[in-house]
Design a protein around this ligand. Structure first.
Ligand SMILES: Cc1cc2nc3c(=O)[nH]c(=O)nc-3n(C[C@H](O)[C@H](O)[C@H](O)COP(=O)(O)OP(=O)(O)OC[C@H]3O[C@@H](n4cnc5c(N)ncnc54)[C@H](O)[C@@H]3O)c2cc1C
Length: 459
């Protein structure tokens, strides 16, 4: 089993994967374009913090890291909706106390994973090494040392590309001519801003919540950090709609925007103008492709295989779940890479596509629906259904965030449930008017029509 595996990209997926492979005795060489974030002050990438939930936690549990990671996380028990008038509405994520999502620093998590990986004598990280391509016939990978511009070629038993949404390894797959690829850019970008801690290091807003300022076509969210601050992310049209991120190009326009649409946030954002002017606009992409492997020579995993928009908080969770399933197939197939990679792609592709679509759908929910009466009634109706029919009904949000039900199953069931419940709730004034039995009958009728089992095997 002492074959050499090359991993390209030491982000969240690549670093966790290196641990899984090291535990099975492989010799793992991880090549990363950036410097070592443990030794230089640099951004850890796409977002300051992110939400980890059941799927990601489960994958960490398998390598004994869940507890350690969660000690550095802050529980977010529900959404706290901020209206323009400054009214607050808390919507719990679940009726069960133990079901919540967790805010964690991306840097801290990535560092923990790399530290843990390096405890294995059979794992080595090479920083400043940018892959420029792979020869898919031989499996040789080309790298440039970003400090010296020196080029090197490395080969191993196989190569796994965890080099993110703009994957260089994937570029080579495109050239084979036997590869499907789509990249969808929404006219949405994001800006990260800060609500700093109060004088004594206290949180300026409710700590254990994911804050949302839903404004129809756009929204801001805020996730808590251990230091008492919140990282805010403003998701808005990048350039085409009004308002858009690029149009806010002066201190006056930025201030006026926040005064008008998020007046309760502005007093908590003393550096908003400087941060807005300084921080880049991030882009949001959905990447779908197949197959994820070229024989047994190379495999794509994590965002390089399936980049999704962040509105369900599942991109990393899905990448971590990839690592878990990859490991179960390692158990089954050992180093028969072609069989393993082919089965892995078949198993995960349908689910990656499903969470990509669910994430796009959830943007509408977060930026718009959460503020509407029908939606709030729907949330309450879901609690009643979950209490009454625990074997058969779990809300879409819970199936995705608090269970390990395949994403494709969660999507099929969840979309039917949502459609039926939104229709019913649109006719109600209060939740007391909701008829649980009747709603359940309508849902199961739709399940039957779609060939879906009534009962659900969970977790
Ligand atoms: C704003 C935002 C918020 C998000 N919030 C959440 C959330 O709450 N929950 C969640 O689960 N997910 C979230 N995500 C998604 C999550 O960030 C990604 O799914 C996750 O980072 C994917 O990990 P990865 O390791 O596959 O890719 P990446 O994190 O992109 O890592 C790729 C690594 O490869 C390196 N690399 C790239 N090119 C090369 C090359 N040519 N050679 C060598 N190395 C290379 C990069 O430097 C990087 O270290 C969010 C994403 C965004 C944009």
């Amino acid at each position: 089993m002492e074959q050499k595996i090359i991993i390209v990209g030491a982000g969240l997926t690549g670093s966790l994967l290196s641990i899984y492979l090291a535990r099975r005795g492989f010799h793992v060489e991880v090549y990363e374009r950036r410097p070592d974030m443990r030794t230089v002050g640099m951004s850890a990438g796409k977002s300051i913090n992110l939400a980890i939930s059941t799927r990601g936690i489960h994958a960490l549990q398998q390598v004994g890291l869940a507890e350690k990671v969660l000690q550095k996380a802050i529980a977010m028990k529900g959404r706290l909706i901020h209206s323009v008038a400054g009214e607050l509405n808390f919507q719990p994520y679940s009726k069960n106390e133990h079901e919540y999502i967790n805010s964690i620093s991306r840097r801290e998590l990535n560092v923990m994973l790399m530290d843990e990986a390096e405890k294995f004598p059979n794992v080595r990280f090479h920083f400043h090494h940018r892959s420029t391509g792979i020869n898919l016939q031989t499996g040789e990978v080309q790298f440039v040392d970003e400090r010296t511009s020196t080029e090197t070629t490395i080969s191993g038993a196989t190569v796994i590309g965890t080099d993110g949404s703009a994957s260089a390894i994937r570029m080579e797959f495109l050239k084979t001519g036997f590869f499907n690829f789509s990249q969808q850019y929404e006219d949405y970008g994001y800006k990260e801003l800060t609500i700093p801690a109060a004088a004594q290091g206290d949180f300026r807003m409710k700590k254990n919540a994911l804050h949302i300022w839903p404004r129809g076509a756009y929204m801001m969210i805020a996730l808590p950090n251990l230091e008492g601050d919140f990282t805010c992310t403003l998701f808005m049209s990048e350039s085409k709609a009004t308002p858009n991120l690029r149009d806010l190009d002066s201190g006056e326009k930025i201030r006026r925007f926040f005064e008008e649409v998020m007046p309760d946030a502005l007093p908590n954002m003393p550096n908003v103008v400087e941060e807005y002017m300084h921080n880049p606009i991030g882009s949001l992409l959905t990447v779908k492709c197949s197959p994820w492997n070229v024989g047994g020579k190379a495999l794509l995993m994590g965002d390089s295989a399936h980049a999704i928009v962040p509105f369900f908080g599942q991109g990393m969770n899905c990448g971590f779940e990839d690592c878990y399933y990859f490991d179960t197939l390692l158990e089954k197939h050992g180093n028969d890479w072609e069989t393993l990679f082919t089965e892995f792609s078949a198993l995960r592709k349908e689910n990656a596509d499903a969470i990509a679509d669910l994430a796009l759908e959830n943007f509408v929910e977060m930026r718009d629906l959460v503020a509407h009466k029908d939606f709030m009634l729907k949330k309450k109706s879901e609690v009643l259904l979950e209490q009454r029919y625990p074997e058969s009904f779990i809300s879409k949000y819970s199936m995705v965030s608090f269970h390990r039900i395949p994403y494709s199953v969660a999507m099929k069931r969840g979309q039917i449930q949502d459609r039926v419940l939104m229709k019913i709730c649109g006719t109600l004034e209060t939740i007391e008017e909701f008829n649980v039995e009747d709603a359940f009958a309508q849902i199961t009728q739709e399940f039957t029509k779609a060939g879906i089992e009534k009962n659900l095997t969970t977790r």
